[in-house]
Design a protein around this ligand. Structure first.
Ligand SMILES: C[S@@+](CC[C@H](N)C(=O)[O-])C[C@H]1O[C@@H](n2cnc3c(N)ncnc32)[C@H](O)[C@@H]1O
Length: 404
């Protein structure tokens, strides 16, 4: 075991603190905060950088706190920022986003905080495995080993009850999902739902059944609508989080494209943005997951909505005034940005869940003529370094611009 004493200076996307050795080599230190002096164990060494884990903090940051969840001390790998005070977590997310945007060539990017969201008790989905006696387990930090837990600080109470009381046989994957506002609950167990014991009323489905075409879903309520969400479909981390995103996306459309009549919801999932900020507009939803498209069709019934099951790179773009794009972690990339530009939209609202991908997309959008007008960090993932950010990009001279 190699131990090194380090002075950390800042935080990096990914959640680790950054230190520089006398040799100039950068060390990313998990469990530390920028501005601390720590003793750290080196766990991975490369030519130009190393990774280490803080084992002792001799000069703590004023933002350091005792992790509120006891399972952090036991090694649970679920939350990587519980040692950072909540206000500092929020500030760090904004700083990291501003830094990524600046590195992407945006001068003095405007980055603000979104609607306040609780860090604990909101998450309606958790993923883990079955531990040795069938109880729910997360993965241990930096390991594939299970760590059984009987509570989860960040989970909604309806999820937490199943974490504490459910038995999941010897499942290699366990996904617990709930509708916080409907009370509906579902457990997806892989590879087979064998030996599962959960309270009455909780749907249990095996991933083997899903592969064979079996459909299972629950409902959630958010932003004044009911959402059917199938086992294979994405939904935001909580209904409160979904509402925060809808309000930020809606605000950008009101400010920058108030006369918009045609909206493309790119990577529309179950139709969250189409069904809310798209109300009153002609909406096109583009989504590659069959299960999400089926849900979106159900959820948007009665709206003027066209739903197309296709990967964004293969979609033949239709003219639009606004594109709301909420891609997976890999971002829009060249193919998605080309699709946005081909719609002629005057406004692109990009919802990013990975800051590095956001930076790449910002660069590509700038090259396609879209100017950054501001970003809002929505703290969907309290106690973690996971960052969700909504950014507006405006094309000032565009054929399809219905904006102000
Ligand atoms: C982060 S989710 C957002 C879904 C939706 N906007 C919401 O808020 O619930 C990303 C969605 O993009 C879809 N997706 C991923 N890659 C895609 C691609 N290449 N083309 C179209 N959709 C894609 C996924 O299936 C998923 O539903």
């Amino acid at each position: 075991m190699t131990l090194v004493e380090l002075q950390t200076t800042s935080m990096a996307v990914g959640g680790e603190a950054v230190a520089r050795e006398d040799s100039g080599r950068v060390v990313f230190v998990a469990g530390a905060i920028g501005g601390e002096r720590v003793l750290a164990e080196v766990v991975d060494e490369r030519k130009s950088f190393a990774r280490a884990v803080s084992v002792e903090v001799s000069e703590p940051s004023p933002d350091r706190v005792v992790p509120p969840c006891p399972h952090v001390a036991e090694g649970c790998g679920g939350c990587d920022w519980q040692h950072i005070a909540e206000p500092a977590q929020r500030m760090l997310r904004r700083e990291l986003v501003a830094d990524v945007l600046a590195r992407s060539g945006i001068v003095d990017p405007v980055v603000v905080a979104g609607p306040p969201l609780a860090a604990a008790g909101l998450r309606t989905t958790v993923r883990g495995v079955a531990g040795p006696d069938g109880r729910f387990a997360f993965r241990r930090r930096r390991s594939h080993d299970p760590i059984q837990v009987d509570s989860c600080l960040i989970a909604h109470p309806l999820v937490e009850e199943l974490v504490a009381e459910g038995r999941f046989g010897s499942a290699r994957e366990v996904t617990i999902r709930v509708g916080a506002r409907t009370g509906e609950r579902m457990v997806v167990v892989g590879p087979k739902a064998v030996g599962v014991r959960v309270p009455d009323g909780v749907q249990v489905v095996g991933t083997d059944e899903l592969y064979k075409g079996h459909r299972a879903w629950l409902h959630e309520e958010a932003a004044g609508r009911s959402w059917r969400v199938s086992a294979g479909s994405f939904f935001q981390a909580s209904p409160e989080g979904a509402e925060a995103l809808v309000s930020v996306v809606g605000g950008l459309i009101r400010d920058h494209a108030p006369a918009a009549q045609r909206l493309v919801d790119l990577c529309c999932g179950v139709g969250l943005f189409a069904g809310t900020v798209g109300a009153g507009m002609a909406v096109t939803g583009v989504e590659r997951s069959a299960s999400a498209v089926a849900d979106a069709r159900h959820n948007l019934e009665g709206m003027e909505a066209r739903l197309i099951k296709v990967a964004m790179g293969r979609w033949r773009p239709a003219p639009a005034d606004v594109v709301v794009a909420d891609p997976a972690r890999s971002g829009l990339a060249q193919e998605g940005v080309a699709a946005v530009a081909a719609t002629g939209a005057g406004l692109c609202v990009l919802v990013s869940c990975d800051p590095a991908a956001m930076g790449r997309d910002a660069r590509l959008l700038a090259a396609a003529g879209y100017r950054h007008v501001g970003s809002t960090v929505v703290d969907l993932f309290g106690h973690t370094s996971h960052i969700e950010v909504v950014s507006g990009f405006r094309r000032d001279r565009s054929v399809g611009d219905a904006g102000a």
